[in-house]
Design a protein around this ligand. Sequence first.
Ligand code: MG
Length: 120
Amino acid sequence: MAKNVLICDDAAFMRMMIKDILSKNGYNIVGEAENGAKAVEKFEETKPDLVLMDITMPEMDGIQALKKIRETHPEACIIMCSAMGQQAMVIEAIQSGAKDFIVKPFQPERVLEAVKKVIG
Ligand SMILES: [Mg+2]
């Protein structure tokens, strides 16, 4: 069965790009969120196998959303999407339970590699 993925990024073109890479490779996109608060909401709604979570987002950033989701769902699989120069936040995310991280600009192979490693 196709694995369900939730995509969280405030940039619509980023969500589109990730969606394109993953759906072409057999993953099912169950939802999209443009900020951290929506990400938490959509997670509860869709209970995805994996979340791709941008770090810098309005309202609630990706780190806060990650922490919030893992508070109630410690088994949640979340991969962080960071920009260059966000090492400190990436480390905080990994310490808070993120499974991996990918750095923008994305190479499709790197996105797939991370996703496969985490959910197969
Ligand atoms: Mg962003």
